[in-house]
Design a protein around this ligand. Sequence first.
Ligand SMILES: Nc1nc2c(ncn2[C@@H]2O[C@H](COP(=O)(O)OP(=O)(O)OP(=O)(O)O)[C@@H](O)[C@H]2O)c(=O)[nH]1
Ligand SMILES: [Mg+2]
Length: 329
Amino acid sequence: MARWNPFGKKDENPESTEEAQESTGMFGFVKSALKKTVTALNTDIRDLVKEGRLVDDEFLDELFAHLVKTDMGGGPAGKIRDGIQNKFRGRKLFMADLVESAKETITEIMQQESSDIQLAESGPTVIMVVGVNGAGKTTSIAKLAHRFNESGKSVVLGAGDTFRAAAVEQLTIWAGRMGAEIVTGRQGSDPASVAYKAVEAGKNNAADVVIVDTAGRLQTQNNLMEELGRIRRVMAKVIPDAPHEVLLVLDATAGQNAISQARGFSEAAGCTGIILAKLDGTAKGGVAIPIREEFGLPVKFIGLGETHDAFASFDVGEYVDALFDETDI
Ligand SMILES: Nc1nc2c(ncn2[C@@H]2O[C@H](COP(=O)(O)OP(=O)(O)OP(=O)(O)O)[C@@H](O)[C@H]2O)c(=O)[nH]1
Ligand SMILES: [Mg+2]
C-alpha cells in the first residue's frame, strides 16, 4: 500500500515559505486549541517546582496527581513520574528539566509510524468513518473533504447515515460547496447500499477519494456494530481492498470514556486510525496519550473547532511541544 500525505507536511517541502508559515501557524493553532490542557499542566506544575523542588515521594505523588488531571491516564502519568524519579531522585528539580523529561516520555509513548492517509494503489481511496453518537463524524468528514478538495483531489461523499436526516443535509451542503458528488439514500434505507453506491460512483467517475459517513452507534449495540462489518464487506465488492482507511472519530471531551468507546469499534470495524475531535475546549487533551498507548492505532487528525478548517494532521512532536509550551498562558 502506498503512503500518501495529502496535506503536505512541513518536513516534506522545507523550502516552501508558505508551508513553513503554515506549519508555524498550525503550532499556534494546536497550542491555542489545547490551551485548557496546557494551562492545567503548566500553571499547576510550574507552581510545584517554583524555585526548584527536591524530588522525594511527596513531590512525586503531587506531580502524578496534577498529570492525571489532564486525562492522560495513570499509565502515562506514572511513566513520567518514574522517569523523573530515575533521573532526579534526591536532587533539586527545575521546570526546564521536568518539561524535558516529561516530553521525552510522552514522545516515546506516542511515537507512531505516520499520520498519512493510506492511498489505494489504483482507483479511488475509500475512507469509512465510524464512532459513537455525536462524536464529530459528519463534521470531520466535511473537514477532510475540504482538505482533499483544497489539495486538488476530487471527492465523492456517501451519506451512509440514513438514520438521521440532518446528517444528509449537513453533507449535502458540503458537497454543494465543493462541487463534490454525494450519494444519499432514503431515510431508514440500508446504509450498506448507500456505501456500495458511493464506492461505485467513485470508481465510475475516477474520483480520487470516497468518504462514507455512518450513523452514530454504541459499542454495546451488537447488531449495529455488526452492521459496520457489513458496510465494509459491501464496499469490497466494488473495490477489493476497500475501505483503505476506517477512521474512528473520538470526542476528546469524553476523556477516558473515549478509550472504552474505542475498544469495541476497532474490532468491529477494523479501524486503521483515529480522528480526535473537539480537542479544543477541553482540559482533557491529554487523552491523546493513552489512546496512542492502548491502541495500536495512529491518531491521524485532530478536530480543533466547528469550522471546516479547524482540523489538522496529527504530529507527535508538535502535540508534545504544544502541550508543554508555557508562553502566553
Ligand atoms: N468544538 C468542536 N466542536 C465540534 C468538533 N467536531 C464536531 N463538533 C461539534 O460536535 C457536534 C456533533 O458533530 P457531528 O459531526 O454532527 O457528530 P456525528 O458524530 O456526526 O453525530 P451523529 O451523526 O449524530 O452520531 C456538532 O455540534 C459539531 O459542530 C470539533 O473539533 N470541535
Ligand atoms: Mg453524523
